[in-house]
Write a protein that binds this ligand. Structure first.
Ligand code: GLY
Ligand code: MN
Ligand code: MN
Length: 465
């Protein structure tokens, strides 16, 4: 696996980053470590997203250093024909400068010897604080080697900064290459959802014993068949009441005629995630209560989509969702008007939280819950405090992020009805979420996941097919 994006694009990203490191800034970005699964089997290797963003390089055992002036040095696995017989091709340091347009490349074995030299006389060292456990100690070791040379005139960087703050901001705005990959990832995932829906209806019509894993198998087949490398996160395939478990994973529970199935699954394509949820009747036909809740969640999603546009705030789609859900919960009797009051009361008291306990959106990119500040930079100091109506805790509120073209977020309202006193029985154990991925544009947003229908009638039609 490697990148379909030209090497020059990664070089441009490195140059943009280097320009932000300040005079005398040096950046260190390792890829992810390989992780043991059990005995001599490793988990499937997934490169580090920051490292990939700057290199497009997917081999394990690598580290990028941007020296003062933006000079790029890649450390990578050395060529080793014997190891390559077992583990596969390695690019190697000799071929790396041309393939990745880096200025220099060396074996990882030289990292400890060369890094102190690259750090000598620098003013500041930047590295990701949050993602690589043990890296701070290694940096400290390299700095100690520099410090040991101060008597010979070497200067040691006096500052250490979190590289995530710069890279998170860059990654938050997806360029045309990234948007293109994300559209393609979304299209694959959309087809996968269609396959799973149709398999469910087909098997039930044939009187077969449908299990969650049958539908998971359809997702995996569709992902890999279209060239995606793997699921972007653990797929949720939740039949019936399992849909009310937010982080449920595809298991072996029966998919029953008359119940709903919630599938939250998306593929990763060339390092970019997609993230789709659809909820559908296992047999292809919604019951009355299922349809009532479904249409409410869809209406709340439509309100959120309308609120997703350049210039709006990140919280606006969530607030739009909650306004629709609050009114709907009263109208359907999930919440008792006589006890809770008006829709505004439902919002003020956070009474909707009983049935809608997660946020409506998150950033999406290389990581399914992608990086990027949710607070508007420059307004972070404008904090206000309020009391959470449910827990009584004091919460600090800061102005949420202003949406700009090129940001990508999910829009994923839901309703999850656990049996409880006063909750109409016809809704018990119904869990519904509808999730689409949106690219913010100048005038609104582009929903890139609508290759799978979302309207109840359209879902029923495709499941009849
Ligand atoms: N699939 C994870 C999420 O929807 O956030
Ligand atoms: Mn999801
Ligand atoms: Mn999501």
């Amino acid at each position: 696996m490697n990148t379909t994006v030209p090497a020059s694009v990664y070089a441009q990203r490195r140059a943009r980053l280097a320009a932000q490191l300040g005079a005398g800034g040096v950046a260190i970005v390792p890829t992810a470590p390989e992780r043991q699964r059990n005995r001599d089997s490793d988990f499937l290797f997934r490169h580090d997203s920051y490292f990939y963003y700057l290199t497009g390089f997917t081999e394990p055992g690598a580290c990028l250093v941007l020296a003062q002036g933006g000079q790029s040095t890649l450390f990578c696995q050395p060529k080793d024909l014997e190891r390559e017989v077992w583990d596969g091709y390695r690019l190697g340091p000799a071929a790396a400068p041309q393939a990745l347009v880096v200025d220099a490349a060396f074996s990882m074995a030289e990292l400890d010897a060369r890094l102190p030299r690259l750090l000598e006389n620098a003013a500041c060292v930047w590295y990701p604080f949050a993602t690589h456990s043990g890296l701070a100690a290694r940096v400290e070791g390299w700095l100690n080697t520099v410090r040991a040379r101060v008597r010979y005139g070497a200067l040691c960087p006096a500052a250490q900064n979190d590289l995530c703050t710069l890279l998170d901001e860059m990654r938050l705005f997806k360029d045309v290459h990234e948007q293109d990959i994300m559209r393609r990832a979304s299209a694959i995932s959309a087809q996968a959802h269609i396959r799973a829906m149709q398999r469910s209806a087909c098997m039930l019509r044939a009187g077969e014993d449908v299990r969650e894993y049958h539908l998971d198998a359809e997702l995996l087949h569709a992902f890999r068949d279209a060239g995606s490398q793997y699921p972007a996160y653990g797929s949720i395939v939740a039949a019936g009441a399992n849909a009310c478990v937010l982080h449920y994973r595809a298991d072996a529970a029966p998919v029953r005629d008359g119940e709903l199935v919630l599938i939250d699954a998306g593929c990763e394509l060339d390092s970019y995630a997609s993230d789709i949820t659809r909820t559908f009747p296992a047999n292809g036909k919604f019951t009355g209560p299922q349809r009532a809740l479904y249409d409410l969640v869809l209406a709340s999603q439509e309100a959120a989509v309308a609120a997703t546009k350049a210039g709006a705030r990140f919280n606006d789609p969530h607030d739009a969702t909650v306004a629709v859900l609050a009114q709907g919960m009263l109208d359907l009797g999930l919440l008792d008007k006589n006890k809770v009051g008006s829709a505004q009361d439902v919002i003020d008291k956070r009474a909707y939280f009983q049935f809608y306990m997660h946020r409506t959106s998150h950033w999406l990119g290389m990581d399914v819950h992608d990086c990027g500040s949710y607070v508007e930079p420059g307004e972070a100091g404008q904090a206000s405090e309020s009391k959470d109506p449910l827990s009584g805790e004091t919460i600090t509120n800061r102005p949420s992020r202003v949406l700009r073209p090129g940001m990508v977020l999910t829009i994923e309202p839901g309703i999850y009805v656990r049996p409880a006193e006063g909750v109409p029985e016809q809704f018990h154990n119904i869990g519904i979420r509808i999730e689409d991925d949106a690219i913010v544009t100048a005038t609104g947003c582009e929903l890139i996941t609508r290759g799978v229908p979302v309207k109840a009638d359209e879902i029923e039609a495709l499941m009849r097919a």
